[in-house]
Design a protein around this ligand. Structure first.
Ligand SMILES: Cc1cc2nc3c(=O)[nH]c(=O)nc-3n(C[C@H](O)[C@H](O)[C@H](O)COP(=O)(O)OP(=O)(O)OC[C@H]3O[C@@H](n4cnc5c(N)ncnc54)[C@H](O)[C@@H]3O)c2cc1C
Length: 421
């Protein structure tokens, strides 16, 4: 049995810890927050005497989430159909564009992306579309909202995943997405240390890794670093092993920035999904665990430029006013019940999620998971296919754990020597 530390109790770290625990390894998970889940963060608010679960972070369980579904089945966590589609959004402030235009534009953009080959920027692909300007603008807005990055700075590959516009269903976890990290944390029993901020991770010359927190340091046979991109890329609060290869790989991913808003609704809504092309956000109402539509208007804004433009930090009510104007058919309740979340201002997240920079096919992803000494890497940013998403975090975490187990089995990096001695 090897002694392994996992840093971060987001879905990547918890998926790694789950795999390692099932394989009989001795693990400790260090988490800076006082809850599991990281960017999966469910909260309850009371609207019209009804308890509603809002997702301040990740919301939708999307098409192809096989690893997440498997983990959910193993931990008795269920899905609820939201009754609306993450993929289909009516451009509310571009009335000449209908959702069918968006689907057709998305198909053409994917075809152009394939013809061009390589990882072209979304903007380059958009510039080649022979479509009405309003339709191209709406597709640009959709890409920028969902990737949380400007279209010049992200690959058009996003159209096949996070910015996909093909109509498909979308789900949430019954009782809130945080049920999954909570179930995973529960299964780890005493191995999870909350309020444990990791400050240093250092490979020892003869194998093994020192992990230092504010409470002291310990040596492990291997470490899985499952911290967010902004933290591993160069936070002043932590020092991690580096390599030239890893620096190159890290430069190929871009950090997305996003914020969310939850507004109480007075009248019971139907399901809906309406986006603002101009202000780079979308709003939706969805079915929750009760089987009826929750009286909450959810909103997600993508890109740091959009967040700055709306002045969210200085005057949050401006976004509220804009949402009221975008959705005049809804009766939105009092401003004092509005919940806003800016992930870029959270030092333990440093942004929303990652995307691929132009010029780098998503197959460049595995470089981000290449171990340095006995230090292994996981996180949504490191996943080539489901980059930025819960599914990506889980896949990456499981892969990191499998790599550790492989190293333990073959004793290739000196892992396990100390424990066997
Ligand atoms: C607003 C928003 C909306 C989203 N919507 C969706 C969606 O609809 N569908 C979807 O699939 N995905 C969505 N995502 C993305 C999803 O949340 C992430 O991809 C996923 O949760 C990332 O998991 P992770 O484990 O890689 O990182 P995290 O969840 O960030 O986990 C990393 C953990 O490390 C901890 N940590 C940081 N620094 C330290 C330290 N020094 N020491 C110890 N611990 C530390 C953090 O507290 C955190 O718990 C959304 C994200 C955001 C922000």
């Amino acid at each position: 049995m090897a002694r392994i530390a996992v840093l971060g109790a987001g879905l990547a770290g918890l998926a790694a810890a789950d795999t390692l625990t099932k394989a009989g390894q001795d693990i400790v998970v260090f988490e800076a927050r006082d809850r599991p889940g990281g960017r999966v963060w469910s909260e309850e608010i009371v609207v019209q005497d009804r308890v509603c679960t809002i997702e301040r972070g990740a919301e939708f369980v999307l098409h192809g989430y096989s690893a997440m579904r498997q983990l959910m089945a193993e931990h008795d966590v269920e899905l609820v159909d939201t009754g609306m589609s993450y993929y289909v959004r009516t451009p509310g402030d571009a009335p000449s564009v209908i959702t069918d235009d968006m689907v057709a534009a998305g198909r053409e953009a994917r075809s152009v992306t394939r013809q061009l080959g390589g990882a072209r920027s979304a903007e380059e692909v958009l510039s080649r579309l022979e479509l009405r300007r309003e339709v191209v603008d709406a597709l640009r807005a959709r890409i920028e909202i969902s990737t949380a990055v400007g279209a010049r700075h992200v690959t058009a590959d996003a159209l096949g995943q996070i910015a996909d516009v093909e109509p498909k269903p979308s789900w949430r976890i019954r009782g809130g997405n945080q049920r999954l990290p909570e179930a995973l944390a529960h299964a780890l029993a005493g191995s999870l240390r909350y309020r444990s901020t990791v400050r240093h991770v250092v490979n020892l010359p003869d194998g093994g890794v020192v992990v230092a927190t504010d409470d002291g340091s310990k040596v492990f046979d291997a470490v899985v670093v499952a911290l967010p991109l902004a933290v591993v890329r160069g936070s002043k609060d932590i020092s991690l092993p580096r390599s030239a290869e890893r620096d190159v790989a890290l430069a190929r991913v871009v950090q997305g920035h996003a914020a969310k808003l939850h507004l109480p609704l007075i009248s019971p809504p139907t399901t809906s999904a309406v986006m603002s092309v101009r202000d780079r956000y979308w709003t939706w109402t969805a079915i929750d665990s009760t089987g009826t539509v929750a009286p909450v208007l959810n909103a997600f804004m993508g890109t740091s430029a959009a967040i700055d433009r709306v002045g969210l930090r200085l005057e949050p009510q401006r976004w509220v006013r804009k949402a009221r104007a975008l959705r005049p058919e809804l009766m939105i309740g009092d401003d004092d019940q509005v919940v806003s979340t800016i992930w870029s201002d959270d030092p333990l997240a440093g942004g929303a999620y990652a995307a691929h920079a132009p010029g780098n096919p998503s197959s460049s992803g595995p470089g981000l998971e290449t171990p340095i000494g006995d230090v292994f890497w996981a996180g949504e940013y490191a996943e080539p296919e489901f980059t930025g998403l819960m599914e990506g975090a889980i896949r990456s975490g499981k892969r990191a754990a499998e790599r550790v187990l492989e190293a333990v089995r073959h004793n290739t990096t000196g892992i396990g020597e100390r424990t066997r001695a």
